[in-house]
Design a protein around this ligand. Structure first.
Ligand SMILES: [Zn+2]
Length: 132
């Protein structure tokens, strides 16, 4: 199990490291960041999807929705992919938060766009020192 860490401590740590401190992705750390944001921003209501590292240089984070048929109606599976390296820990945390807002918007509002509903999260995240 990943160790519990409070979001504000992660954000403080990221701010101490600064913007020019590249960081390699580790699955356990991404999961820790996810869980911290989940507790602080989403009251722990999101379910952490499978997290994968990607060698793509085209994105820092990506959410993938898969569908599978089911008698009780269509169900989906989620997967989050993250870059193997980030320019800073701050970028890593913000990227996880970004994908989590996608997850929330997808699961609650069937929305996967960068529209108004997505950016309405900016204020809630800014209160925690995060940026979409
Ligand atoms: Zn996005």
């Amino acid at each position: 199990m990943s160790q519990r860490i409070q979001l504000h401590k992660l954000v403080q740590q990221a701010e101490r490291l600064g913007r020019r401190h590249p960081i390699r992705s580790q699955h356990a750390q991404l999961a820790r960041i996810y869980d911290s944001i989940n507790r602080a921003v989403f009251s722990g209501t999101l379910q952490r999807p499978r997290i994968r590292l990607s060698s793509s240089r085209e994105f820092w984070g990506e959410i993938e929705v898969g569908y599978r048929g089911h008698r009780q109606g269509p169900r989906h599976t989620l997967c989050m992919r993250f870059a193997r390296q980030f320019p800073s820990m701050k970028t890593m945390i913000n990227t996880v938060a970004h994908e989590m807002v996608h997850q929330w918007e997808w699961e609650r509002n069937n929305n996967l766009t960068h529209g108004q509903a997505f950016y309405a999260w900016n204020d809630r995240l800014a209160n925690r020192g995060l940026r979409l």
